[in-house]
Write a protein that binds this ligand. Structure first.
Ligand code: NAP
Ligand code: GLV
Length: 330
């Protein structure tokens, strides 16, 4: 039996490569760090039945037109805002993602940012590096308390719920906002459902974990920052375009919110001249929410498993859409 041809937009960890090479004819952009140039990708998918994509690969009408045999796009991420899902569905192409396996790792990173911004960790290191650590003094690098404060999560799904659970260990009051209240989450964590504006007005820490969608694009701008407490800390581990970045820069300049911790940015990657990096009250890291060896390996193997299952006629583990069968070519 002929093996399906798949295209990988990057070389993946060995465990994932083994799954794919056992079942498919693998063609790939054989690099680990440098993204595939667009024209190489468009040529690469020409004969492919399966595509394993990263969150930086745009899967749009142009790509689908270049891939007439494509049956499945397996994204190595839980977020799939890089993929035009309706266009895939219209072509009968299945889309899969990697939910669950990165939840706890990403929640850990949200907390790392929360603590770093609240307790001015990066400022402290920079002060020492600059030779500016003089005698101890009562108000040097004073921050805000995390324990006993109010934690508000916007988008309390898998990752948001894991962020809330960690808040219990810090004796925090917990609240959340989704489009729909989630009674099971409230029963488990004691978190209170709040309307969006009320959550912003009430929370000492606002953590964003919504997917990027038409509804959430630009969800946080000047109005929302003005509603936050002056002492609030804002953390975004969702997607950059959920925030109007220019408004965040202005808000942090003005000191409301007091500080921010960001893993994601409107246009990634950002460079050293980015205005957010000039702000002492902003901690920035380069989209590393899921970046542990174990989690990235699990994401890659899950994406590979989704690709192989679909191409061998099995139900995929993590379907995003349920496309009708592709129109017959005959
Ligand atoms: P999830 O389980 O689907 O949770 C998303 C939550 O957002 C749900 O509770 C959903 O509840 C809520 N939501 C959706 N639209 C909303 C809206 N318009 N207003 C308010 N709440 C809304 O997803 P997840 O696995 O937690 O992942 C969430 C996102 O995190 C991903 O899509 C990805 O973009 C991002 N992420 C980032 C990293 C990183 O490296 N920084 C890593 C993993 C994931 P309702 O449906 O009830 O509204
Ligand atoms: C990472 O950002 C993901 O969506 O998995």
């Amino acid at each position: 039996m002929s093996r399906p041809v798949v295209y990988l937009t990057r070389r993946l960890p060995a465990a994932a490569m083994a799954i794919l090479e056992a079942a498919c004819t693998v063609t790939l952009w054989d690099e680990t760090e440098r993204p595939v140039p667009r024209e190489v990708l468009l040529r690469g998918v020409a004969g492919a039945e399966g595509l394993l994509s990263l969150l930086t690969d745009r899967v749009d009408a142009e790509l689908l037109a270049a891939a007439p045999r494509l049956r499945v796009v397996a994204n190595m991420a839980v977020g799939y805002d890089n993929i035009d899902v309706p266009a895939c569905s219209a072509r009968g192409i299945l889309v899969t993602n990697t939910p669950g396996v990165l939840t706890e790792t990403t929640a850990d990173l949200a907390w790392a940012l929360l603590l770093a911004a609240a307790r001015r960790i990066v400022e402290g290191q920079k002060l020492i590096e600059a030779g500016g650590w003089g005698p101890w003094h009562p108000l040097q690098l004073v921050g805000v308390d995390v324990h006993g404060a109010t934690l508000g999560v916007v988008g309390a799904g898998r990752i948001g719920a894991a962020v809330l659970r960690r808040g219990r260990g810090f004796a925090m009051r917990l609240c959340y906002h989704n489009r729909h209240p989630t009674p099971a989450l409230e029963a488990e964590t004691g978190a209170r459902y709040l309307p969006f504006d009320e959550l912003l007005q009430t929370s000492d820490f606002v953590v964003v974990t919504v997917p990027l969608s038409a509804e959430t694009r630009g969800m946080f701008g000047a109005r929302e920052f003005a509603l936050m407490r002056e002492t609030a800390v804002f953390v975004n581990v969702a997607r950059g375009p959920v925030v109007r970045e220019a408004d965040l820069v202005a808000a942090l300049h003005a000191g409301r919110p007091r500080a921010a911790g960001l893993d994601v940015f409107e246009h990634e990657p950002i460079g050293p001249a980015h205005p957010l990096l000039a702000l002492a009250n902003c901690v920035c890291v380069p989209h590393i929410g899921s970046a542990t060896v174990a989690t990235r390996t699990r994401m890659a193997t899950l994406a590979a498993e989704n690709l192989v299952a679909t191409l061998s006629g099995q139900p995929p583990l993590n379907p995003v859409n349920a496309p009708p069968p592709a129109p017959s070519q005959g």
